[in-house]
Each structure stands twice: as C-alpha cells, then as structure tokens.
Design a protein around this ligand. Structure first.
Ligand SMILES: Cc1cc2nc3c(=O)[nH]c(=O)nc-3n(C[C@H](O)[C@H](O)[C@H](O)COP(=O)(O)OP(=O)(O)OC[C@H]3O[C@@H](n4cnc5c(N)ncnc54)[C@H](O)[C@@H]3O)c2cc1C
Length: 366
C-alpha cells in the first residue's frame, strides 16, 4: 500500500516524489513506461563516453532563486551560457535575431539599439493584427529576415507555417536589438555538474520511493494499492481520448560520434531552409563542458510520431483540453501535473516550480 502513486518519472514526477518522501515522509511508487528516469531531460554516456541528451539538448535557465536553491540540494553546477547560430545559405548568423544578425544579414554596421530599430522600422509593415506566429513576427522584422530564419524552420519543426501556429510559439524566442549573443536572458544559466540523470538519482534516493520502469501504469493499475494518484502522463490518454487526441510534435534524434575534438563552432546550429530535412545539429560537449578527443553530435528530425515533445496549444487542442480539465476537476483523488498532464509548454524550471506549488498547496502534510 503506497501513500502516492506517481505516473511519470520526468522532472515533474521526480520533484513531487522527492518532496513527498523527503519532506512529508510519504511512501511513493514512481512508475514510468520508458526504461529510464528523467523523461525528456534524460542524459547518459554514449558508447564513446560522451554525455549526451537522448531527447535533444537541455539547458537549465531560470529567473527563480527558489528553483535554483531547490535543485542545488541535489547537484553542483557548472556555468554554461547557451549560444546558437543559424546556417542560412551556408553562412552562419547569430540566433536568436539581434543587432549582429541584422548587421550580418543586411551588410550593415549599426552600432546601437536605436540605429538597429531605425533601420528595421523602414521595412517593417506592421499591422495591428497579431493572431498567429507569422503576424507576431512580421510586426517585428522585415519579411526577408522572417523568411530566412523562421518561415521554413517553423514548417520543418511543426509541419505547419507560422501563419498556422499560435502566436505563443514563436514569441517564446526573444528578438533582441542589442548585441547580446546569448540565447537565454535568464538570471541563472547552468548545467548540473554530473548531468541531469545523476541529479535525478539523488532526488530519488530515499527508501520510501520505489521506482518501477518499463511499465505503463494502465497495465498495472488494478494490482497496486495507493491512496492518491499524481499523473504526469498525457491527460487525454488518461481519459481514453474521449474528447479527441491532443496533438504533440515529436523528434527523431540521430546521433553520430566523430573522431575530432569539436565538430562545429557552437553548441547548436539551426538549419532554417527546407533542405536539409533536419532542423538543427547539437554538439553536447559545449553544453556539458566535457573534454574528449572525440565528439558526439545529434541531428533532429521533427515528426508527428514518437515520444510527446511539444504540445501545440492552438484553438482546436485548447478546446479539447478545456473539456479534459473540466472532467479532471471531478477526480478529487488525482492530481494532473507536468507538460503532458497539463498540456503546457513547461521549461525545466517551470515544471519544477509547478511541482513545488502543487506540493505546497494540494498535499496534506502528515
Ligand atoms: C527537444 C527538447 C528540448 C528541450 N530543451 C529544454 C531546455 O533547454 N531547457 C528547459 O528548461 N527545458 C527544455 N525542454 C523542456 C523539458 O523537456 C520539459 O520541461 C520537461 O521534460 C518536463 O518534464 P515533465 O516531467 O513534465 O514531462 P516529461 O519529461 O515528458 O515526463 C513525463 C514522463 O511520463 C511518462 N509517462 C507518460 N505516460 C505514461 C504511462 N501511461 N505510464 C507510465 N509512464 C508514463 C513518460 O514516459 C515520461 O517519462 C525541452 C524539451 C524538448 C522536447
């Protein structure tokens, strides 16, 4: 008999299991259908002893001191500030778009924010309408820049053009007018010194937590006794897709080890044209700080099939989601959490923060 059954050993389920066992003293069964813990943040050493991220590069960035302090209970950190470039017509551009990108793309030498703004304003045909990602972007940049860096990249990433995507998707990527070349703007940017999986193992190292892998909860539900359920799997799946299936975009990762110290000049290089078919190449040693004579890179091929990666919060899916959320309110004994349980684009820090809030507000302490 367990106090809690938690479905999903991603960062959301792990944070809740940790709090329930370490802080409240509850017994927990944590179950995952994959053969590893960590969900999409899982990392491991490949056969060449390079630490790689199975589901694509993950960088911890947050403005929350609470999240930083909480995770620091389980890991030391190495500083890492993420840099991305975009390979357009075989030339590398700073990405996300900033003053440098504008100078490179238009062969200019604009030195200040105001000069960049002035330069752009001439060729931006801004409309008040901002109902989708294309309108959002075209209100902020000229069409040729948009087409070079966003239009076809988004098409490869989502199987849809920005005009078919909600504004929330492309507005997540900052557009800067200064020369700050870092991808994220958060106060704290770092990587767990021994990797995410080691950090997760420490979070789960309590005898009150029993970990079960390779197991779909639906298949063993009848055979486990528990008081409360925390569910971080797909909310639509929990309800047997009765209001329809919520769409997720997935990724197929192809890893390659190369016998050179570094393959490319920065951690991630985007390929924003229709060809090649992959969207980006990531080189993990930049992110983890690992030193080695060889290097491992990954190519990302977006796909509608595979593990759920990116929720698509458009009108149709939000309509289905609202029905599921209404139904979920009737299930007093179940807490839905995380990226899949709430169908929300949570970053790692947001997922942790959300789990800490759930623990604070919805769990009776012994
Ligand atoms: C390619 C990619 C790159 C990303 N990069 C970053 C980044 O750089 N920085 C950042 O902050 N965030 C990043 N994220 C987001 C990050 O991955 C999420 O914030 C995080 O994974 C959310 O954790 P979760 O526990 O909510 O969900 P998940 O990690 O999806 O975990 C859910 C778990 O539930 C399990 N599960 C589902 N159904 C069942 C079932 N029926 N039975 C048993 N188990 C089940 C799944 O197997 C999975 O392990 C990225 C995401 C992707 C896809």
């Amino acid at each position: 008999m367990y106090d809690y059954l938690i479905v999903g050993a991603g960062i959301s389920g792990i944070s809740l299991a940790e709090r329930l066992a370490n802080d409240a003293g509850y017994s927990v069964m944590l179950i995952d259908k994959r053969d590893h813990i960590g969900g999409n943040c899982y990392d491991y050493f490949d056969s060449h002893n390079i630490l790689v991220h199975k589901y694509g590069p993950h960088i911890l960035h947050t403005n929350s001191l609470e999240v930083k302090r909480y995770l620091s209970l389980f890991t030391l950190w190495i500083p890492y500030k993420h840099k991305v470039k975009s390979n357009y017509r075989n030339k590398l551009y700073t990405f996300p778009i900033n003053g440098d990108t504008i100078n490179q793309f238009y062969d200019q030498n604009l030195k200040t924010r105001s000069k960049v703004k002035e330069f752009l304003s001439v060729s931006i045909s801004s409309s008040k309408q901002e109902c989708n990602s294309e309108e959002y972007l075209l209100n902020r940049m000229p069409k040729d820049l948009y087409e070079a860096f966003y239009k076809y990249y988004s098409y490869k990433q989502w199987g849809r053009y920005p005009s078919e995507l909600p504004k929330s998707i492309c507005s997540r990527i900052p557009i800067k007018l200064n020369n700050n070349n870092y991808y994220f703007t958060d106060k704290y940017q770092m990587m767990p010194a021994e990797g995410f999986t080691q950090m997760f193992k420490k979070m789960l190292s309590n005898k009150k937590i029993e970990m079960v892998l390779n197991t779909d909860y639906a298949k063993i539900l009848g055979s486990i006794k528990f008081n409360k359920l925390i569910y971080t799997g797909k909310i639509d799946e929990y309800f047997d897709f009765m209001y329809g299936e919520l769409f997720y975009r997935s990724l197929k990762m192809q890893f390659k080890n190369i016998d050179i110290e570094y393959f490319q000049e920065t951690a991630v290089i985007n390929y924003p044209e229709l060809k090649p078919k992959y969207t980006r190449i990531s080189e993990y040693k930049y992110i983890t700080g690992q030193k080695s004579n060889s290097t491992t890179i990954s190519y990302e091929y977006p796909s509608d099939k595979g593990e759920a990666c990116y929720p698509l919060r458009n009108e149709v899916n939000l309509e289905h989601l609202n029905k599921y959320k209404k139904l979920a309110q009737k299930y007093q004994n179940v807490i839905f959490a995380g990226r899949l349980g709430e169908y929300k684009y949570y970053n790692i820090d947001q997922a942790v923060c959300n789990s800490l809030r759930i623990y604070e507000k919805s769990i009776n302490k012994k």
